[in-house]
Every structure is written in structure tokens, then in C-alpha cells.
Design a protein around this ligand. Sequence first.
Ligand code: PRX
Length: 676
Amino acid sequence: MSEKEIRGASEAEIAVLWGEEPYVYPSTEFIAQANMTDPGIYKRFSLENFPNCFKEYADLLDWYEYWHTTLDTSDAPCWKWFVGGKINASHNCVDRHLARHRNKTAIHFVPEPIEEKTEHVTYQELWVRVNEFAALLRDFAKLKKGDRVTLHMPMVPELPIAMLACARLGVIHSQVFGGFSGRACADRIVDSQSRVLITMDAYWRNGTLGDHKKNADIACELAARDGQKVDTVLVWQRYPGKASSPTPMVKGRDHYVNELLPDFYGARVEPEKMPAEDPLFLMYTSGTTGKPKGCQHSIGGYLAYVAGTSKIVLDIHPEDVYWCMADIGWITGHSYIVYGPLALGASTVVYEGVPTFPDAGRAWRISQDLGVNIFHTAPTAIRALRKLGPEEPAKYRYRYKLMVTVGEPIEPEVWRWYHAVVGKGEAAIVDTWWQTETGGFLCSTLPALKPMKPGSAGPGVPGIHPVIFDEEGNAIPGGTGRAGNICIRNPWPGGFQTIWGDRERYVRQYYARYCRNPQSKDWRDWPYMTGDAAVEAADGYFRILGRVDDVINVSGHRLGTKEIESAALTVPEVAEAAVVPVAHEIKGKEPDLYVSLKPGFSPSAELEERIGQAVVREIGKIAKPRKVWIVRDMPKTRSGKIMRRVLAAISNKKDVGDVTTLANPEVVEEIARMAG
Ligand code: PRX
């Protein structure tokens, strides 16, 4: 598939392409201490040894009962891993570490205000708090195995505590990113049929203690309107004993967790022995159609996969201090702040606020103070830190052995600053490419075994066998320079099991395109389609070009263009809306929103503002358009389809190409004058 053939106004189409860069080698010091230095791992995880190779990851965990079937394909493409196995994620992330690491820090919590002290939650304390909260969930909130509960929590230790308490009971958690709106939270409550919401009254962000409780009220009200009643809202107080939100508690529905907890003082809850293939959590993400979809992740397969990849890709040893600056509300945080590192008994950092508060040195001071030696973040944060304080890292005495980048393609120039300045030329870098759906890494170098290549994610990680297909389903070999749809040939234990309540959409969206035989029970017939475009180099390294579908990656956060368009359409004057990605130097991409008005209405700055605010209200601040362009009419094909490709070209100041076949070519010129 050439770039031109990638449909619509996709990210891949406007991707900034760079060439193949020379290798950069990790230091001998790094290699000497690495968890994985045996090149034989690639052979062990080759397709010949599939699926049994994944036993190596499952054996990192404690099982109540060992499984009898590694991979059950009888319900293809809903794969079941480690069937027959019984396991509990909370036990694996907490209880089993007590014998040797009781007094070790499990979670370093760094509040955003600099005058507040870092909280060091030991494994013992984590165990106590998880048990007491699990007892509360079971006995007060009446939650039981298989129930879904929605969490709308900020970056505080109470979030992993709540997740692990749910996991202990076999309750399925669904954490909604704290920055999302009450409306977005409501949609997820309804889809997952949650009757309990867990939230916090307030949290710090960029120097402000914002009212978060109000989002819970909006969420419950809107969910009820859509037919899902929330009967219990559990509200943690950011400062226990003190109300930090002016929003009143609703009698009979809302309860302060810290007022209930004394009733559960000393309570201990036996972890449920859960079937490995039962769901652990739902994580909603944006897709090609309007509604966000709940990716359902399993207990056994998921935990094995994130533990295994945390060990060999992130090189986490129990004595490491590991800081992933993502938000736990995204998959990166679930897999690589909470479940992976805690399964390995490491110390993981949870930072409440923004990385540049109060200045560009904050991240480096946190690293210095806590002795962080593995640092994990996204290109958007790296670009922002570089812009605000290119000389800052040199002022601090932290020392990283490994650094991670995730979420979007990283420009080689930004990569080199990360390596030379943040990593002080010493740290190895892994560029990890994956998705909410995949649970864990798909492509990355193994840091002690493969050289790094700036701007390239690297080969498939052990057990992941990527392939690039053209539009006809022919594999494009490496080294041709041709882009195509990157797919994975085989299932793996971290992959999501289905879309919650919508198996048909799961099959259609991820498998239908390249499936060789829809009746087949053989995994070889079901390549997984990621929705990204990529190029494979001659050495088997993959360069990711971005999304080929209607998804925009803003600061590493995934937003559906349809979601933003629907938000704009809630404004009564708006007749049509179209969103396109625009390249941005820090965020990677930003949404530009084009709207046309219903007859009788005229454009105004006030209306533009109101439309922008509607997007913030419906989704959250991260979705706010760069600019709202009110246009007389949308460029359309003769069949009436909005030509987003043309709008994207205008927004990105690129050539719009041949528009003479459109129904209304004259509006293109008009819009280009306005937005160009
Ligand atoms: O386009 C790819 C991009 O982020 C998308 C997945 O987004 P999400 O489900 O929110 O998960 C983000 C964290 C795993 C992918 O389809 N992406 C992710 N990592 C990279 C990337 N693009 C380039 N390089 C990466 N390392």
C-alpha cells in the first residue's frame, strides 16, 4: 500500500517520515546487569514453539492450580489462555511478596504540591489497605465476583489499591481516565452496567486542587438517564477528614471511604481463586465508530504477559525504582505502573501531577530523590520537557539505566536528546509500540540483546510475529520501503479477549479484514489487524507511521474523530462536523474541527468558543480542538461524503490535490483562504 492508498485523512497519511537511522548500542554496564541476555529467547519464542513458549511468562506467577491447555482456539478469534488454571492477580501483586519484601516500598506516591511529603507505601501497608478496602467493597458495597465497577480516580495510591481490591474479589474494574468528563464516565458506567462508582473528591493538577466530585454527580445523573442507576458512590477524600470539594454528598448514595474504613479495620479477605480466563478489567478506548469500546482483559494471560514483558523489556529487577509517568487511567498505567511492576515485586512511582509543575526540573528532582533508575514516558512529554528546560537534566544527580518511550512515533532528533541529555548517554532506550487492545508490548528491542535505532520501535518482542499486509492481503517483505497495515500473525496471552458485550464488533474490527476463513479454529487464519501503518526495514525493525483509521493520537492519548464530532453536534446550531489531525510540535497531533451551521445561523467567535467547550464538556480537556473553523459548507463528494482528506491537507498546509471531481470544489478554495 502506498501512502496515497491509505484511506481518508489518516494520521499515517500526514505522518512525518524519517529514514532509517544508524544503530546505537547499549553499554556493557547495562548488559552486565540485564535480566535477558540470552539470544536463545527468540528461538524459544519462535512460531515453531508457539503457544507453549508462553509458559515461560506464566511461570513467573503463583498459580493455585496449573492450567491444562495453554491456548484454546475453539471459539476463534476469542482466544483463551492457560485454561484450567486458577489464579488471583491481587495475590500475585501483593501477598506473595510479603515473605521477602514486607518492608519494601511498593508504591512511592509523590503529591503534586512540592511542600507535601512523598508517601512510601510498603508491601505490608499495601496488603493491609487492599484487604480492608476489599472487605468494604464486599460487605458494604455488596460487590461480588463478576460484577463491574467503574473507577474515576486521579493518580493517587488509592487507585491501585482499589484496582487490587477489586481483583482480590474477582470484581471487574473499569478505570476511566481522571481527566475525562462526567459525560465520558457516564457512557462507560452504562456500557459496563456498573452500579458502583469509586472516585475522589479532588486532586492537584498544575497547581490547582480541582473539584472532581462534581464529575461523579454528572456521571450518575447522565447514566441514570441512559438506564443505568448507580446506587453507591464511594468517595475517597484527597485529605482524609476534610472535604476538598464544594459539591455536596448525595444522601444514601455517596459515602466517604475514610469514614467507612474504620468498620473494616483489620479485615482480611481471602483472594478468590479465579479461572485464568475470567476478566480482570475493562479499558475503554476510541475506535472507528462513535462509541468507545470496552477492551476486556483476562486475569491469567494478561498478568503473565505484563509480568514477562516488564521483566525482559523494561528490565525490572526487584531492587529497581521504576517510574512510569503515564496515567493509570490508560493501558500503559494498568500494565506498566500497576500490574507488571507489582507482579515482579518492584517499587513503582505514582506521581499525582503534571511533569512540568512547578518547573521543568520536577521530573529530574523526583528521580534524584527517589533513586529512580528506570524512567518511562511518552514523546509528547519528552518534547515538552526539552522545550521548557533542555539543560535541566544535567543539574540533577539521578542515574537511569533504562528509559522507555511509548504512545506515538518519536522523531530521531527528540530520541537523541532523550538519550544524550535525559539518559546522560548511559541509559538504554526501548521504544515500545503497542495498544490498549494488546495488553502489553508488541514491538520493541530487548535492551541488552538488540541495538537501538532512533525513530524505530524495533522487531516484534519474543512471541510476537508482526507482518505488514497490503490492501490485498499480500505480505510486504522487509526492506522494500513500502508501507502497509501492520498485523500480528499469532495470538498472545496479553491480547484482549473481546469488546465488552460486542463480540461481533471485535471480530469485524480486528480480524475480518485479513481472516482467511471465518469458520476456521486455527489461529493461523486469524491475523490481528492493529489499525496502524508501518514500514519494515531489512533488519526486521518496524517504523510505525500512525493510525490508518478514524483515530487521532493526541499527546499519546487516543481520541475517536467520531466522538469529537458527536460532541460538536450537541451544539444546536451545528449541522455537520468533521475532525482531522494536525501535526503539532509537542503533542504529535491535535484535532482541528470543521463545522457547518444549520440555515439561519451565522458564525461568531462566541459560537466557536461554545463548540470548543462542548467538546471539553462531553469528552474532556485533552480533546479540545486546536481551532474550530465554521465553514459555509463541507467539501463533499458527489455522493455527499465529507472529504476529510481535503480538510486535513488544508489544516496541515499541504497540497489538497485534485478536487475538481467534488460536488462543490469552490468551497475548498474558500476554506483554504480561511484556514490556510
Ligand atoms: O498508533 C499507535 C500508537 O498508539 C496507538 C495505541 O494507542 P493506545 O491504545 O491509547 O495505547 C497507547 C499506549 C500503548 C497505536 O495504535 N503508538 C503506541 N505506541 C507507539 C505508537 N506509535 C508509534 N510508536 C510507539 N512506540
